[in-house]
Design a protein around this ligand. Structure first.
Ligand code: TYD
Length: 217
């Protein structure tokens, strides 16, 4: 089995930049690296994504939202993630099941145990080896996201500050409960510094292209 690394964090925390930098570093070291994202990354998942992020779907209830994310995830795990891990590769995933725990579970206050149970069913129990939480204060993240690219905010990002605060504290609670898997990085630091911390944590988990996976999994 390869190495499964996921990236979590609020809007505007810089996940995609960090994934791009880590991917090129790992490829330079000889790894077979796949970067992917949720929701989406399969033909079925992209269709589900379009529904989830459509501003005209405002009547969607949180339970529907969660089940759609889970449906896209089931397809992603089976069609993309597991096959790459089975080939011994590294998978870098921009959001995964912890996003559902944070946004639908903690954010929308769905029953957390039910969310965990359905997530286990959707993923067949596939849990990341390593999860980075790129932490930025909610207001900073929302400002970064709405500035910069000038992208229209999607349906999920239009929720209020209190919702995003619940999401953030949910992430921090999950990270504190499982420090063997989670690495919390202060993403208000420079891009270079954040990347250094990420690389060090990945290296600590894996000794090199011909070596065995490190860590205590
Ligand atoms: P995206 O445009 O990919 O945002 P980002 O760049 O912040 O990752 O949109 C994904 C949105 O969907 C984001 O607001 C987080 C949300 N989301 C959930 O609410 N639950 C989930 O399970 C996942 C995967 C994403």
């Amino acid at each position: 089995m390869g190495l499964f690394v996921t990236f979590e964090g609020p809007e505007g925390c810089g996940k995609s930049t960090q994934i791009r930098l880590l991917k090129s570093y790992l490829q330079g070291e000889g790894w077979d690296v796949l970067d992917t994202r949720e929701p989406g990354s399969t033909p079925i998942g992209e269709r589900v994504r379009a529904i989830l992020l459509d501003p005209t779907c405002a009547e969607m209830v949180p339970t529907t939202e969660f089940l759609l994310f889970s449906a896209a995830r089931a397809q992603h795990v089976a069609q993309v993630i597991r096959p790459h891990l089975a080939r011994g590769g590294v998978v870098l995933c921009d959001r995964y099941a912890d996003s559902s725990l944070a946004y639908q579970g903690y954010g929308h206050q769905l029953d957390l145990e039910m969310v965990r149970q359905i997530t286990r069913f959707a993923t067949g129990g596939l849990v990341p080896d390593l999860t980075f939480y790129l932490d930025v204060p909610v207001e900073v993240g929302l400002r970064r996201k709405s500035g910069g690219s000038g992208d229209a905010w999607n349906r999920i990002e239009q929720k209020g500050i209190a919702y995003h605060e619940r999401v953030r504290s949910g992430y921090l609670t999950m990270a504190a409960a499982d420090p063997g898997r989670w690495v919390v990085v202060d993403a208000t630091q420079s891009v270079e510094r954040v990347q250094e911390l990420i690389r060090a944590a990945v290296r600590a988990r894996w000794n090199g292209p011909t070596g065995e996976k490190g860590g205590t999994r």
